[in-house]
Design a protein around this ligand. Sequence first.
Ligand code: ADP
Length: 720
Amino acid sequence: MVPSPLPLFRWTSRPGLVVRLGAVVVAFSFVASVGYDQVVGYRETIARAERDTRNATALMAEHAARSFEAVEETLRAVARLREDVEAGVLPPDRAVLHRQLQGIHGSSPLYVGVGWIDPEGNQIATSRSPDPPPLNIADQPHFRAQREATTDRLHISETFRSVLDRRLIINVSLRLTRADGSFAGVAGVAIDPYHLVQVYQKIDLGPGQVMSLFRDDGAYLARAPHSDQWVGQSVADRPLFRQYLPNAVEGTFHPTSSVDGVTRIVSFARVPDLPLVVAASTSLDDALASFWRHAALAGMRVAGMLIVLAVAAWLLITMIGRREALAEAARTAREAAEEANRAKSDFLARMSHELRTPLNAVIGFGQMMELNRPGNLNADQIEYCGHIVRSGRHLLSLVNEVLDLAGIEAGRMRLSPERVIVAEVVGQVVEAMRPFAEKHGLQLDFLADAPVPDARADLQRLRQVMLNLLSNAIKYNRPGGTVTVKAWAIDDKRVRIAVMDTGIGIAPENETHLFEPFYRLGAEYTAVEGTGIGLALCKKLVEAMDGRIGYETRLGEGTTFWIELAVENRLSRRETPAAGMPDRAAAGGYALLYVEDNPASLRLMEHLIGTLPNVAMLSAPTGQLGLELALAHRPDVIVLDLNLPGMSGIEVLGRLKALPETRDIPVIALSAAAMPSDVKRGLAAGFFRYVTKPFDVTMFLSVIDAALQVSRSRPAANGN
Ligand code: ADP
C-alpha cells in the first residue's frame, strides 16, 4: 500500500479546535488586558493634563494678585505724593515730581511708567521723563471712568498702544480724591503685557499651551504666546465667559475651537478681589501625544504577541496533526493487517471445510473396509485400509491443527473458561491414551498424591493440550520406557501438570525452534508421525488460558513438559463426577433418517448403518423431503447435514421442533463447519449432538447409540 502523505495542518481536528480556542482565549485576554490598560492610561493622561492646567491657572492667578497688589501700592504712593504737594510738603516742581515718581516706580520690570494726571486729564508728571511732552487723556475711557467713579477702586484698561510711543500697555489707574471728596485727578501705572507673557511662558504645559489674562468683561490683556491680533479683542462671547464664568470661579472644560477645530483642555480661575480672569489651556492632542506613542508601542507589542501566539498554535496543531496522522496511518495499517488476517483465516476455514467432506469419505470408507464385515478382504488389503485410515487421520489432524492455529492467530478463537477438576480431566486423558501407550510398550502412570485444586481453563482446550503432550511423550519415547503424569499445586494461585517421559530428549540446538509451528526438529526423518504444529498450538492455547508452558530435557534421558494454570477459587468444588458415556444401546427395530445431498456421504452412512442390525435408514437429499419423510415415518433419530440446498439444516431443525409429531426426535447435526463457534451455535439451536466431518466411526456410532437411548425413553404419545 502506498502511504498517503501526512497532512501537516489539521485545524478542523478536535485537538486543532481546542488549540484554536485556547489561542483565541489567550489572545482575547491579552488584548483585553492591554486594552483596559490603555483606557486607564487615557483617562489618567487627561486627568494629569487637567491637573496641570488647573495648577497653571492657580499660579497665574497668584501672580496676578501679587502684581496688582504691588500696582495698587504704587498708585497709593502717587496719591500720597499728590497730598504732599497739595499740603505744600513738596513743591509742585516737575523735576522734583519726576524724581519722586521715579522713586515710586522703582525697578519693577512690570512697569512701563508711573504718572500723575490732573482733573482735566493733563499729565502733571511721569516717571519716564522729567520733561514729557504735553499729554491729555481726558477722552480716554479709563480716565472718564475714574472721574465718574465714586470709590477709589483700581481701574484696569484693555491692552492698547500708547499714543506716545505705540508701545503695548495696560493702564491701571486709581482715582485721586481731595479731602472734600472731589475728583483730584488720576494716578496711573502703565504695565508691560510682555512681562506677563514672559512669566506665563515659564509655565510648561506642552507645545500647544496658551495662557491668557482677561479682564472679567472678556477684554484681552495678555496672552502667551503673544499675537498682535488679540490686541483690542474681547472674548466675552466665548463659552468661557458666557457659560462657565457666570456659574463658577474656577473650572476645567474641553471646548472644540470653531476656528481651528482643535479640542483643548481649558482651566480658568477668577483672581480674587480683582476684575481679572486667568485661563490656561493645552491641546488635547498634545496632552495625549505621549499616551498615543505608548499606545502605539503597546499595539505593536500586542501584534507581536499575537503573531507569536499564532505561530505557537500553528506549530502545536501541526505537531498534533502529525501525531494524529501517524496514529491514523498506524490504525489503517493495523486494520489492513487485520483484514488480511481475517481473509487468511476465512480462506483456511473454507479450505478446511472443503477438505473435511472428502476426508470424511476417505476415513469412513477406510474404517469400514478395515472392519471387514463381509469378511472378503485379505490381510494385505486390510493393511492397506489401515494405511488409508491413518493417512486420512493424519491429514485430518493437520487440517484441524492448522485451522486452530490460524484461528488463534486471527484472534478468532473463543475460549470458555470454567472451573475444571484437574485430576478428573487429566485422569480421563491418561485413560484415553493408555491403549496408545500400551501399543508402544510403555508404562503410563498418573500421580496425584495430594488433592489437586481446580483450575480455571477451557475444558476442551485443556484436553487438547494434554492429549498433545501425552501423545508426544509416547511418540518420542523408547521401548520399555515410562510416561508419568503428575498434577499438584505450586502455591495457592497456580496448579501445575507435568508430563514426564524417559524418551529421546531434545538436543540443545533444537530448543530454539521447539514451539515454532512446522518444526519437527529432525522427527520428520523418522517413522514417527506428526505435523510439527502440536507444541506451537499447545503454547498458544495455554497462554490464551492465562497459563504458562515449559519443559526440562536431557538428551537421551527424557523430557518433562509442564503447564501451569490459575487456581479457581471462586466456586465450590463440584460434588458429583461427570456422568460417563452411556453404553451402546442394543439396537432393534429403529429407523434413522439421514438428510444429506452429498452422494459420497450418503453412501458412507448407508454402509455404516448397514452394520447395525435392525436399524433401517431412510434418506432425503433436501430439507423439504426430509421434513416430509420425518412426518410420514416418525424416525427414532435424524441425522441432518447442515449445508443443504434450499432450506438450511438449521431451518429444517426449526421446523422439526415446531411440529408436535417431530419435536422430540433427537436430531444429530453433521457438518463440515467445524469451528468451535459453529458447534456452539448448533448446540444452542437445539441439536442433540453436533458431529463434525470427517467423523470417527466409533465415536459416531456411540452418538447414534445415545440418541436411540433418548428416543426409546420418549413419551408413547409420539407413536414409539
Ligand atoms: P509433532 O507433530 O512433530 O509431534 P510437535 O509440535 O508436537 O510436533 O513437536 C515438535 C517437535 O518437538 C517434535 O517433532 C519432536 O521433534 C519434538 N518433541 C516434542 N515432544 C517431545 C518429547 N516429549 N520428547 C522429545 N522430543 C519431543
